[in-house]
Design a protein around this ligand. Structure first.
Ligand code: ARG
Length: 427
């Protein structure tokens, strides 16, 4: 018996010892150093457990190491999408999605999209709004290792005024929808928006998302009109800050963008109608622009088929082209850019399709990759942990067949995915 116990303890200790020291060497034919904006040749990356220990031309390979040979590929940091709605995507019928689904339906399928996103090479996402705290449940399940998906930084409820992009508009006021208190995200006035920020933080929000202006995929009138007063925006951002959270503003309209930037948001989402003054203000304040420049493509080709009303399609026609032109102006002016797609507007896993559009409208391929790695990590506040392949950071590493500096669309076909040192894909 004693021998059995001793042997078991020995096995347990060696197993734990072994698990605690899983060592991997990745041989990278090309390695994108996003911090210097250069492509290095024939590098080796030493990964121990979940972290990067060393990156060099030549490393003495420890004998216990597993070798992953990516010497014919280009290796780069795991991609980061700063604007997803990873818990859902259109189900094929606009009204059914609104009226026949509950957050329970959303929760049942959310894991599918999380897996697709990770397998597409996105090892982290900032998720900017979901139904009924499904985002928090998903994030926690991923962190627990129960569900496969990217590291998530979640916003919970989109905070918006009555009649805003975050409200349900266009229907008879005789239809009453009663979300439990706080769960709709609709809040008006300085005290109420502060209370909503507290409610979101209390329930797990890593970041605060609010609607500074109207939206496209919602039935209120103009796309550009502000939907909160300056006082309300100031209150949201300062309350978020007090709780150690950054704020992201949904903002298409020029005026709303300036108001949100003045309030101190970390990022402007969409930014479609930004004007010269807004661009200067963003530059001066170091506000990131997160512009979903692929979406127009998908919405105009698919959304009529999904039963979306003409009113919405017409709004898209009004902003799509301007958004891309204004994105280019912001890039040229030197506004900080982080990659964010609004995935969930289109199918999850297609996130990387946006790179092509970012490079068509002003960014270099390296600039677009930096937007989705080091800049995105900076915006989310996780730069110490991820966003580049550097000793001390988490091993969030992907690989593609071609050099994306020559062909950015190769990022649409990610072959290898490692997140926190665990390999999730290796084709
Ligand atoms: N969620 C955004 C909205 O409804 C999507 C905008 C999509 N269109 C675009 N051109 N980016 O406002």
């Amino acid at each position: 018996m004693r021998k059995f116990i001793t042997t078991s303890v020995f096995l347990l200790v060696t197993t734990i010892g072994f698990c605690q020291n899983k060592t991997t060497i990745i041989k990278a034919g090309k390695l994108i150093d996003v911090e210097t904006g250069t492509v290095l040749l024939n590098q080796m990356i030493l990964v121990r457990n979940d972290s990067i220990i060393q990156v060099a031309n030549k490393i003495n390979i420890p004998k216990e190491a597993t070798i992953i040979d990516l010497s014919k590929s280009t290796v780069l940091p795991g991609l980061i999408d700063c604007h997803t709605h990873i818990t859902s995507q259109p189900g094929g019928d606009y009204y059914a999605d609104i009226f026949r689904k509950t957050p329970v339906d959303v929760a049942i399928t959310a894991h599918i999209y999380a897996k697709r996103t990770l397998e597409a090479g996105f090892t982290s996402v900032r998720d900017l709004g979901s139904a009924g705290l499904v985002d928090i449940a998903l994030r926690n399940a991923i962190n627990n290792g129960d569900v496969v998906g990217p590291n998530m930084y979640a916003a919970t409820m989109f905070i918006g005024s009555t009649g805003s992009h975050g409200d349900l508009n266009g229907f008879s006021p005789y239809l009453e929808f009663n979300a439990p208190k706080g769960m709709s995200g609709v809040a008006n006035g300085v005290d109420a928006v502060r209370a909503q920020v507290r409610f979101n933080v209390k329930n797990g929000a890593d970041v605060i998302k609010f609607g500074a202006s109207a939206g496209v995929l919602s039935e209120e009138e103009s796309v550009g009109g502000p939907q909160y007063s300056q006082e309300e925006m100031d209150a949201i951002v300062s309350e978020a800050k007090m709780w150690g959270r950054k704020a992201a503003a949904h903002a298409h309209g020029a005026e709303a963008i300036k108001m949100a930037v003045k309030a101190g948001v970390a990022s402007i989402e969409h930014g479609s109608l930004v004007d010269a003054e807004g661009i200067q203000l963003m530059k001066a304040k170091g506000t990131y622009l997160v512009s979903d420049v692929y979406d127009d493509e998908y919405i105009l080709s698919e959304y009529s088929k999904l039963g979306y009303p003409d009113k919405i399609i017409n709004k898209e026609k009004m902003v799509g082209k301007l958004q891309r032109e204004n994105f280019q102006k912001a890039v040229e002016a030197g506004v900080k850019i982080a990659f964010g797609t609004d995935a969930g507007v289109y199918p999850h896993g297609w996130n990387a399709r946006q790179f092509k559009w970012m490079t068509r409208f002003g960014l270099s391929p390296m600039g677009a990759i930096q937007a989705a790695t080091i800049n995105a990590a900076d915006l989310i506040g996780i730069k110490e942990k991820t966003g580049s392949i550097k000793a001390g950071k988490k091993a969030d590493i992907i690989a593609v067949a071609n050099n994306p500096i020559d062909d950015i669309t190769t990022l649409e076909q990610v072959q290898f995915v490692m997140k926190n040192g665990v390999v999730y894909k290796n084709n």
